[in-house]
Write a protein that binds this ligand. Structure first.
Ligand SMILES: C[S@@+](CC[C@H](N)C(=O)[O-])C[C@H]1O[C@@H](n2cnc3c(N)ncnc32)[C@H](O)[C@@H]1O
Length: 285
C-alpha cells in the first residue's frame, strides 16, 4: 500500500543519505588504500556493504567508514566481500568447448602465446585453461598471467588446492568442455582436498593487478575477463574495455562471461565475433 507523502519523503531522504555515505566510504577507501570501488554497480555494492556492517556488529555506513579507515584488517574483510570471488572449474563448459574448437586452431599457428586471465579469483579458470592447453599440445608455448585485485584469492590460486567436494561437478564440466583425458589424473586427493599438479602452473605468473587503477602491463594474444565486468557500471566497463584494447597483440582474442559483451561499447567495431553466444571475440582493428 502506498505510504503518505511524508513517509515517502522520509524514505527518499534515507536513500539519498545512504548514497552520500556510500560515496564517502568509496572515496575514503580510494584515497587511503588505493582500491577504487567508486564506479562499481550500486545495487551489488550496497548489498555487500550492509553485509559487512552487520558482520562487524555495526549499524550504519558511517560506522563502517570509521572502522575501515582505521583498521586495515577490516579493509581486508570488506575487500573480500566487495570482490565477489565466486568461480568454478570449466565454468560454463560450452565456453571452453567453443574456445577449443574455434580458437585453438588459430593459436596453433603462433610460435608463442601470451594469455592474461584478468580477475582470476582463486584460479579455477586458470587451471582449467591450463588443462585444455596441455591436452591440445599448446601449453609449452604459452606464458600465462593470472591477475586479481585481491591478494588473498591469488594466494589460494598459487596453491592450487581445491575442495574435493567440488570434483564431481568439475569432472562433469570437464567432460562437457570437451576434455580429452581423465580429469582425476590432474590431481591427488588428500583428506578433503584435491591438490592439482604443480606442472599446470609452471607457465603461470600470478600477480595483483587492479583493472580500475592499473595500466596495461604487456601485450597478449588472448585475454580472458569473465564475470568481472558485470560488477562495474558502464563508465568503468568502458575504461576496462579500452585497457584490453591497449593490451592486445594483433588479432588478439577476448573471452568474456555469459552476461558480458563488447556490443554497445565504444570498442565494438574493433572486434569480429568468433562466437556470439560464448562471448568470444577477435580484435581486428
Ligand atoms: C566473480 S569472480 C570471477 C572469477 C572468474 N573469472 C570466473 O569467471 O569464474 C570476479 C573476480 O574479479 C575480481 N575483481 C573485482 N574487481 C577487480 C578489479 N578492479 N581488478 C581486478 N580484479 C577485480 C574479484 O576479486 C573476483 O576475484
Amino acid at each position: 500500500m502506498p505510504g503518505t507523502l511524508e513517509t515517502r519523503v522520509d524514505e527518499q531522504e534515507k536513500l539519498d543519505l545512504q548514497a552520500i555515505e556510500i560515496n564517502l566510504l568509496t572515496e575514503g577507501i580510494y584515497h587511503h588504500y588505493g582500491f577504487d570501488f567508486r564506479d562499481y554497480s550500486q545495487p551489488s555494492l550496497k548489498r555487500r556493504i550492509w553485509k559487512r556492517i552487520y558482520a562487524e556488529g555495526l549499524s550504519t555506513i558511517s560506522g563502517l567508514i570509521e572502522k575501515v579507515l582505521h583498521d586495515p584488517a577490516c579493509m581486508e574483510r570488506l575487500l573480500l566481500d566487495l570482490s565477489i570471488n565466486t568461480t568454478s572449474m570449466f565454468r560454463d563448459p560450452t565456453f571452453y568447448l567453443a574456445f577449443r574448437q574455434k580458437v585453438v586452431p588459430m593459436l596453433r599457428t603462433y610460435p608463442f602465446v601470451r594469455i592474461w586471465h584478468a580477475g582470476c579469483s582463486t584460479g579455477e579458470e586458470v587451471y582449467s585453461m591450463a588443462m585444455l592447453l596441455f591436452e591440445e599440445g599448446l601449453y609449452d608455448r604459452c606464458r600465462i598471467y593470472a591477475t586479481d585485485i585481491n591478494e588473498a584469492v591469488l594466494q589460494r590460486a598459487k596453491e592450487g588446492i581445491f575442495p574435493i567436494s567440488s570434483m564431481k561437478e568439475n569432472t562433469s564440466n570437464y567432460i562437457a568442455a570437451g576434455g580429452s583425458g581423465t580429469f582425476s589424473e590432474y590431481y591427488v586427493a588428500k583428506y578433503d582436498y584435491a591438490i592439482f599438479r604443480p606442472s599446470l602452473r609452471e607457465n603461470v605468473v600470478f600477480a595483483q593487478h587492479n583493472l580500475v587503477t592499473d595500466a596495461s602491463f604487456n601485450h597478449f594474444n588472448v585475454i580472458f575477463c569473465r564475470n568481472v565486468l558485470i560488477y562495474f557500471n558502464s563508465a568503468l566497463q568502458e575504461r576496462v574495455q579500452k585497457l584490453f584494447l591497449d593490451s592486445f597483440e594483433n588479432f588478439g582474442i577476448l573471452g568474456l562471461g555469459k552476461k558480458e559483451t563488447v556490443r554497445y561499447t565504444s570498442v565494438a567495431d574493433n572486434y569480429q565475433i568468433i562466437d556470439d553466444e560464448e562471448k568470444l571475440y577477435r580484435r581486428i582493428r
